[in-house]
Design a protein around this ligand. Structure first.
Ligand code: AMP
Ligand code: ZN
Length: 112
């Protein structure tokens, strides 16, 4: 499958890993929008939040259960934002479900 993030999981495209287990892979965003900017992705290819359903969504709970540990290990100490862009109006550019962790500085009050 021609998916950038599936290729990152497979190691075919290099990335700076932040965390990995059987279910998920976390790596530093190549174009950081905060001092700490990490992407957390399921190892299974799910296109976006809009592709979630009762059969495939258990991994989302696993990802959110791990995000606090990933954020702290990356040095975030004073809060962070978790974002998932879904679809064209949200400017989703990579069609593999991912959660942005943004932190390390005071973020904008604006979310859109
Ligand atoms: P989104 O716009 O929500 O789909 O987020 C996709 C993110 O992937 C953007 O923040 C990009 O900077 C990031 N990105 C694209 N290619 C790479 C890559 N090769 N390594 C790390 N992050 C990437
Ligand atoms: Zn994929």
């Amino acid at each position: 499958m021609d998916c950038l993030f599936c290729k990152i999981i497979a190691g075919e495209i290099p990335s700076k890993k932040a965390y990995e287990d059987d279910d998920m892979f976390a790596f530093y965003d190549i174009n950081p929008q905060a001092p700490v900017h990490i992407l957390v992705i399921p190892k299974t290819h799910i296109p976006s939040v809009d592709g979630l359903n009762a059969e495939n969504s258990a991994v989302v709970g696993k990802i959110f259960a791990k995000i606090p540990e990933i954020a702290k290990a990356a040095g975030i100490t004073n809060g962070y934002r978790v974002i998932s862009n879904c679809g064209d109006d949200a400017c989703q550019s990579v069609k593999h479900l991912h959660f942005h962790i943004l932190g390390g500085a005071q973020l904008s009050e604006k979310m859109a």
